[in-house]
Design a protein around this ligand. Structure first.
Ligand SMILES: *[C@@H]1O[C@H](CO)[C@@H](O)[C@H](O)[C@H]1NC(C)=O
Length: 347
């Protein structure tokens, strides 16, 4: 074979490979809105199957997006931990939300996956002026322990959510650590899950504080969504490079960390910007939107002249799941009721 032939066959071979790649790729990961809507109809007829990503996961669900109950039961085999956002503690240290507890859903999900852990969220509303007073009030600890004891046979732990944990060093609120240590000790074998904002700046948390928090918690959730938008860049949900820098930043910690993936988005018009969920995506008239891939953030937008919708697409999810898996970490989802079944099929 002369040089010309080698080059020619090389080109043909490469084109063929590229063609096969494109065919496979477009078959497995729909991109345009009409494809996504079509594949979603297929996904709804399919069974859950088992996990594609053999890494730990954690799903929030809420009583206000009720699809989360249905979807987490259907896909229970793919879910390790699920956290219904039922409870709230106000300044009086009394727990609100027992009326939201969904007993029937708990029965169904445990039946669908007996290994699943139910770890409800308790949101603690703190006031900056009285944060230490509230944290140091023994009533707070007792309220949480009472709740866990009341559902002793049903809850596998508790997830504590307060934004103040993310400002722990700025507040010098070291009492928070003591409070969490006491709480963990009182939970006996039940799990404690904490959450922190993703990092923007390497000095955001003190190494010594993180070491303590991660040691107390069974899992810590790093919120790699709700990206703090800078100026005109208000289309961004969760840039890929930011998740990557979070994974790198927390690499030195050996404890169990899960990184956040959004199942929500937002819709921007000339007038305003509103929250946007999967059900709304499925109702759009696909012929009026083009899907755009933003290379700088690795995010999808569904656009026309008037509207720009930032909402995860299958590529968005797959890229982030691959990345998290490469770092041998797990992921968590905010929140199950806002996603589409196509997403669950990919997990
Ligand atoms: C979708 O939009 C196209 C183009 O604007 C229009 O012709 C069509 O009737 C719309 N379909 C529905 C179901 O509204």
């Amino acid at each position: 074979m002369n040089t010309f032939n080698i080059a020619l066959f090389g080109i043909i071979g490469a084109s063929l490979l590229y063609y096969i790649y494109i065919i496979q790729y477009t078959n497995s990961v729909p991109f345009q809105l009409d494809e996504i809507q079509e594949k979603e109809q297929e996904a709804r007829k399919q069974e859950s199957g088992t996990k594609n990503y053999q890494i730990p996961n954690f799903f929030f669900i809420t009583p206000w997006n009720k699809d989360g109950y249905k979807l987490t039961v259907k896909y229970a085999q793919k879910i390790d931990m699920v956290s219904p956002a039922w409870f709230n503690i106000r300044y009086n240290n009394v727990i609100d939300g027992r009326q939201s507890v969904n007993e029937q859903w708990m029965q169904e999900i445990v039946q669908a996956n007996p290994q699943i852990a139910i770890i409800p969220r308790v949101q603690i509303e703190l006031q900056q002026s009285s944060i230490l007073q509230q944290i140091n009030n023994p009533q707070l600890l007792e309220s949480i322990i009472n709740l866990v004891q009341q559902y002793q046979d049903k809850f596998h732990g508790i997830m504590i959510d307060t934004p103040y944990l993310s400002y722990i060093d700025a507040l010098d609120a070291y009492d928070i650590v003591i409070f969490l240590q006491k709480l963990k000790a009182r939970l006996n074998n039940k799990m404690l899950v904490l959450t922190l904002f993703g990092i923007y700046d390497p000095s955001q948390y003190k190494h010594s504080t993180l070491k303590k928090l991660f040691k107390i918690a069974d899992y810590t959730l790093i919120q790699t969504y709700d990206y703090q938008i800078q100026d005109e860049e208000d289309q961004i949900l969760s840039p890929y490079s930011w998740i990557q820098s979070n994974l790198e930043h927390f690499m030195i910690y050996k404890e169990k960390l899960l990184f956040g993936l959004p199942f929500y988005g937002f819709k921007k018009t000339e007038r305003d910007k509103t929250h946007f969920i999967g059900n709304e995506l499925l109702k759009l008239n696909a012929s009026n939107y083009l899907t755009e891939w933003d290379r700088s953030s690795s995010e999808c937008r569904y656009k026309n002249e008037l509207i720009s919708i930032s909402y995860p697409c299958p590529d968005f999810l797959v890229q982030r799941l691959d990345l998290i898996k490469d770092f041998r970490r797990g992921y968590f989802v905010w929140e199950g009721g806002q996603g589409i079944e196509l997403f669950y099929q990919l997990l």
